[in-house]
Design a protein around this ligand. Sequence first.
Ligand code: RUB
Length: 316
Amino acid sequence: MASGDVRDAVIATAEDIAAMEVRGAATIAREAADALRRQAVDSEATEADQLRAELRGAARRLRAARPTAVTLPNALRFVLERASGPTVEAVRESTVAATDAFRDRVDRAQDELGEVGANRLADGDTLVTHCHSTDVLSVVERARSRGLSLSAYVTETRPRRQGRLTARHLADLGVDVTFIADSAVHTFLPEADRVLVGADSVAADGTVVNKVGTRGLAISAREQGVDVVVAAQTLKFDPATLRGHTVDIEHRDAAELLDPDERADLGVDVANPAFDATPPRYVDAIVAEEGLFSPESVAPLMRERYGSRPSEPWEE
Ligand code: RUB
């Protein structure tokens, strides 16, 4: 049963995002946009304003699902800004068109950044990657399709072990994969040519927010003279940071680290941040669909792309 006017499909998507059944910044964005489409299609609204209010409610529900990946609010804003028209049918059609356009945009951006990123790789490169990023996979896929031979150290990525997904995808692409514990990454960095990671959010000053552990990896890479390249389409740019906001780092359930009985037995606190922030001085390049950027050049591009935005459409 739908809760209020928010449809079941929206609630199910929000729950899947919160539970990480749907995860990874780009995938979260696609699914959130699709959920708004379902809201529009399944709605029983009889007035255009009523449907628009429902879409705002659905967007608020989705926005609350996970805090860190800015792709989620960026996707919701993209669709809501285009969901308009004088009749219910017009609002519905414009919402469906907007979600189609959004998906196309994310897919195209991922293809294009793959081309740019592949230009940065060389035949025989050894990469280090962390977590599971579809933007990273696009770069590797493009490089492999050009015939580049690649090896990769893939971190397990505790506590959710997303590195297993990456290891499988890279092995399927013909990359020579070595799967390592997170804490072993510093041991293998001297053998690497490049660190290649994704991003959940990129702040205006070029700070990269990604899976916890990225910051330590980047600092260690800098110390050892290994390039740190971030594959992040511009959908990862966080416009709120232009107005001084910082990216909210999600803290997940203690049970991801210790089961409740064991924790009670030990009598300890648990801290489980899911992401961390890598300062721009440790980032050599950001690979986006529009090209290769230094962290310093993020702010002007972000301003041009998103402008100044005092409030979000779901807050109106
Ligand atoms: C996923 C993660 C990924 C980014 C980029 O974290 O940190 O590196 O989201 O992914 P989680 P993509 O598993 O907690 O969602 O390139 O696919 O957007």
